[in-house]
Structure formats: C-alpha cells, structure tokens
Write a protein that binds this ligand. Structure first.
Ligand code: NAI
Ligand code: MG
Length: 372
C-alpha cells in the first residue's frame, strides 16, 4: 500500500493541464502515493446539478490531502441555462465548490506564500518573501446574507444595533445585508497558525491586517486575540496595520513584511496583491488547510481562453505541489522541488508566454523534473 492517499482533482480547463505538469514532477520525485481521481467542476454541475458531488466529499474525508487544479464558475442565470434539459427548471442553484469545500471540510485557513524567485522578469521587486494567512471559513464570506431584509428581522436587529435605524426610510426590498462573522475559535486558530509558521520558518514579525478603528467588534476581536497569542511567542513581534494603509505599504516596501494574517475578504485582496508582486497568477500557489485535511490549489482559475493549448505557466501548480509535500512532511522532496523550480526560473531558458517565452506547460514541468 502506498504511504499517502491523495485526492486528484483536475477540474476544468487549464486545471487539467497544470495537473499533468504536477504529475510529471511527482513521478520524478517518486512520491509514494496513490492518486485517487475525484470529480469536481462544471461538467458535474451541468450533468448532475452538483459541482462538488457528495462522493468527492466522502473521498476527501478518507485521504491524506487533495490536489486541485481549477474550476469554471458562471453567474447564476448562465449556470442554470447550461444544465442538461432534464435538470432545467428544477430549482437547482450553482454554488462555488471551492467555497463549499472550505466550509464543509473546515479548511479554515488559506495559506498563500509569495516569493520573488531570482531572475523572474515579472518580479515587482527582488527580496519579496510574503506569506498570507487568510481566514477561510467565516468573516464576510460566511454566507450569512439577507435580501430582502424582512421587517421582523430589522426590528429585532435594531434592538442590538441602533445604527440600523439610519436606514428606516429604506424599504426591505431595497436593502441587502452581508454579515461579517468572527468567532474566538476562528480568530484564535488562524492567528495561532500564523505565529507557529513564523516561528518555524524564522520570520521575525507577524502583521495582523484588519480595520479595528471602524470594524470595532469583528476586527477588534482579532486584535485582542492576536495580542494574547503574541505573549506565547515572545521572540516574534506583532505588527498591527489597517488594510487600506497596508495596500500602500505593500507597494512602497513589500520587503518589510513576512507573515501576514487577516480575515476572509481582506485576505482575498491582500493575497492577490501579494501574488502580483511576484509574477501574478502563473506563480500564485495556495493551500486550504484544516486540522486534519488540506486541499492545495493554484489560485488561478480555468482560463477558458487558453484551455487545451498547453501554454499556461505551471509554476503556480508546481509551487502548490511543493506546499503539499511540505504539509505531508516530505521536507526533502519539497526543498528539492523548490530548488528545481528556482533553478529553471533563474536560468530563464524554459518559460511560458507570461514570462516572455514560448515554452509549453509541459516543457516547463519537464525542465523542472530534469533538475530533480
Ligand atoms: P483565470 O485565473 O482563469 O484567468 C485569468 C487570466 O489570467 C487568464 O486569461 C490568463 O491570461 C491569466 N492566467 C491564469 N492562469 C495562468 C497561468 N497559469 N499562466 C499564465 N497565465 C495565467 O480567471 P478568470 O478568467 O477570471 O476566470 C476563468 C474561470 O475560472 C471562471 O469560470 C472563474 O469563475 C474561474 N475561477 C476559478 C478559480 C478556482 O478554480 N479556484 C479561481 C478564479 C477563477
Ligand atoms: Mg481571490
């Protein structure tokens, strides 16, 4: 029996191509793993009305981790129009399988390392080495939303939040609400993981990026929790910044920052900016991590216009694969893979269109594999 069971989820479009690239390096590394194909994506929505079938969730509950390519999502009406005739008009609504996966399997944080590899022509600045810890299961993406806002709900909420009275002249139909939920449990575990990571990897600071001056309750809770946790990590400094100012500082001196931790929406924004500083979607890897399970994915989508052409950059997927190896405890293989990726980037001979080259997705994967 293989040492690891890995759910293999290529998904849609270029997801399939970059997963082929991942397999080339994993095979070269001779990882002792069984790769179990798992269904996810647009095809399953169309034909079954479910982009994340229950059998995939069941499988994920049995494996050590999952590796995922990308999926296609479309707006509500378009999604419904593409259902097979038998399923049309049955009241099915499309939901993002990724968001559901994170919630259902309690993959409560999203880890996004962004490192400027030497020689990458797309680096905004050299010496950038950022790691974003984004809360993944609550915050503004917790799915607690209202539209219309019914009268009884309004009256009840107004008792506790008088500011709602400012909207008394607005009809319930004309109002929508999304609730930002932060829990002590959620705040504690994401901030704790960030400090642990900083300690393990030698980062001197953890920056909490929030907005406590305005979001007094939710960001306020994050700040209180961070200050408490910092006491357990006396060698690591806690920096507290506001999300808006942080955006400016990231462009001014990104090399000042290392580990950053924040809620779901801010983390979404901060991690995309961080990724762009080191080359953009072709380099952005991520892990959705829980206590027992993790699903790793590049942050790009299915890029339909490039699907089937084998021209997109697989480095994001290969760096994602490196994260997975790290998480499995296969440190030597993870280091070897990262060094090979860095070597190929530095040499600058084999590169995809986004880096100004003409190599194919699999050329890059093979060049990385050759160095292993
Ligand atoms: P996208 O990430 O698929 O592609 C946007 C553009 O970025 C591409 O057209 C291409 O120019 C570039 N790009 C992306 N990956 C690249 C790579 N590896 N190498 C070089 N260039 C790359 O985002 P888009 O076009 O907004 O969405 C396409 C579909 O993907 C949609 O259906 C969307 O819902 C879905 N999506 C899925 C995600 C996921 O699976 N986690 C994340 C983002 C979008
Ligand atoms: Mg995003």
């Amino acid at each position: 029996m293989a040492k690891y069971k890995i759910a293999w989820m290529p998904g849609d479009g270029i997801g399939q191509e970059v997963m082929e690239a991942a397999r080339i390096v994993l095979d070269k590394l001779q990882l002792d793993a069984e790769y179990l194909p798992a269904d996810i994506g647009w095809e399953f929505w169309r034909t079954e009305g479910e982009a994340l079938p229950q059998r995939t969730i069941d499988l994920l509950n049995e494996v050590d981790c999952g590796l995922f390519g990308a999926i296609t999502s479309k707006p509500k009406q378009e999604a419904e129009n593409e259902l097979i005739p038998e399923l049309q008009g049955t009241g099915l609504t499309y939901r993002s399988p990724i968001v559901r996966l994170r919630q259902k399997l309690q993959l409560y944080y999203n880890l996004r390392p962004c490192k400027a590899y030497q020689g990458n022509p797309l680096n905004y600045r050299e010496d950038i080495d950022l790691v974003v810890f984004r809360e993944n299961a609550e915050g503004l993406y917790s799915g607690v939303e209202f539209h219309p806002v019914e009268d009884d709900l309004r009256e009840m909420m107004k008792k506790y939040a008088p500011a709602l009275g400012n909207f008394d002249d607005v009809a319930g139909d004309d109002m929508a609400m999304t609730v930002r939920v932060v829990t002590m449990r959620g705040a504690d575990r994401i901030i704790r993981r960030a400090f642990e990571y900083a300690q393990k990897h030698g980062y001197p600071t953890v920056t909490l990026v929030e907005k406590p001056n305005v979001l007094r309750e939710t960001s306020g809770m994050m700040v209180r929790v961070a200050r408490e946790i910092q006491k357990e990590f006396p060698s690591i400094e806690l920096w507290e910044t506001n999300i808006d100012a942080q955006m400016m500082w990231m462009l001014k001196n990104p090399e000042n920052y290392g580990v950053m931790v924040t809620g779901n929406l801010f983390g979404d924004i901060l991690s995309d900016l961080s990724a762009q500083l080191v080359g953009g979607l072709g380099f952005a890897s991520s892990g959705n991590i829980g206590d027992e399970l993790a699903v790793f994915e590049p942050t790009h989508g299915s890029a339909p216009k490039y699907a089937g052409k084998y021209i997109v950059n697989p480095h994001a997927m290969l760096l994602t694969t490196k994260m997975m190896l790290d998480w499995l405890g296969e440190t030597e293989k993870a280091i070897a893979l990262e060094n090979s990726i860095a070597g190929v980037i530095k040499e600058g001979k084999v590169k995809t269109y986004d880096m100004g080259g003409k190599s194919s997705t699999l050329d890059v994967a093979n060049a990385v594999a050759e160095r292993l």
